[in-house]
Design a protein around this ligand. Sequence first.
Ligand code: AP5
Ligand code: MG
Length: 219
Amino acid sequence: MTRYLVLLGPPGVGKGTQAKILSERTGLAHISSGDLFRENLKNQTELGKMAQTYMSRGELVPDDVTIAMIRQRLSRPDCAVGAILDGFPRTPAQADALDAMLQEFKGCVDAVPFITAAEDVLVERLSGRWTCRAHGHIFNEKFNPPQKTGVCDFDGSELYQRDDDKAETVKRRIHVYLEQTSPLIAYYRDQGKLIEIDGMHSIEQVSQSLLTALKMQSS
Ligand code: AP5
Ligand code: MG
């Protein structure tokens, strides 16, 4: 059955971490809008260079280009089984566009896990995050350290700290989330799709809560 899930939650709450785990355990494709922008920047595409001007300030990339990028990604064959959307939608306009897009693919948003954590925890997690250059695997120097400092456990590539994880940019991102993305909580709650997940526990405990709430079998 084709399933589309939207992972909602503030910066640093663990959307990327949980999306990767859910994707491995369920076979659903993982679509991260932030990773797609960063991949474009790595390849020095016009989209990547444009997105970077917003990302470095902690602002949202304009809706039209973001929506077009996600539409293209959803059209790829690996999404035929469904997808976990991580970081998209982030505005009411993006949520409307997603509903319209999924209708074209004969689907709809099935469930919206909304992961929560206290703001000081978000800041602490982001300040210790290390990301792999090759495939975006996510580590944390305190909560999920790699076996060898600075090296990805999965593909041996270099780990780096994201530019937008600087303290003042993190503050801006949280502010932008509260202002522009938090209206989606009511949007999906009103549709009966929102599932609140307490993100204050360990990575594995949060994964278990997600799998249980979504009633998905771990493979
Ligand atoms: P994006 O890359 O999506 O960043 P974000 O939403 O700010 O979220 P993060 O990736 O920072 O956090 P996360 O929730 O994925 O947490 P993670 O799993 O890494 O977007 C970046 C930028 O791109 C935006 O600011 C914007 O400019 C642009 N953009 C993206 N999408 C857009 C859109 N739709 N529209 C417009 N612009 C868009 O975990 C964080 C850390 O915590 C890691 O170190 C991890 O190991 C650790 N951790 C995770 N879970 C736990 C746990 N349970 N316990 C302890 N540590 C944990
Ligand atoms: Mg992320």
